[in-house]
Design a protein around this ligand. Structure first.
Ligand code: ZN
Length: 104
């Protein structure tokens, strides 16, 4: 399969925009639950954790979209190498490559 870099970025941008929207919708829904007497059926600790995860998702996808507009998307934060497309397709908001991630 041959993707030009531009096509790849375009496909990943759509993916990120969709994920950003999903995280935002989820955050909105969870926030509504916090105001309900039964917390939407969640216990308060679980709800708080779910909100944290959704907030991180919103932040990570927003940052990735910003890196795209700045032209720094897809480059590892730590070693400066290109992050493989296969990794970005799984985790489009990834900030570093797998070896750097594993080094912690
Ligand atoms: Zn790296």
């Amino acid at each position: 399969m041959t993707h030009t870099l531009e096509n790849r970025t375009e496909a990943l941008r759509e993916l990120l925009e969709r994920q950003f929207q999903q995280h935002t919708d989820q955050l909105t829904e969870l926030t509504v639950h916090t105001r309900q007497p039964d917390h939407g059926g969640h216990d308060p600790d679980t709800l708080r954790r779910l909100i944290e995860v959704a907030q991180q998702g919103v932040a990570a996808t927003a940052q990735a979209l910003r890196r795209m507009s700045e032209g720094t998307y897809g480059v590892c934060d730590r070693c400066g190498q290109d992050i493989p497309t296969a990794r970005l397709e799984i985790l489009p908001s990834a900030r570093c490559c797998v070896p750097c991630q594993q080094r912690g």
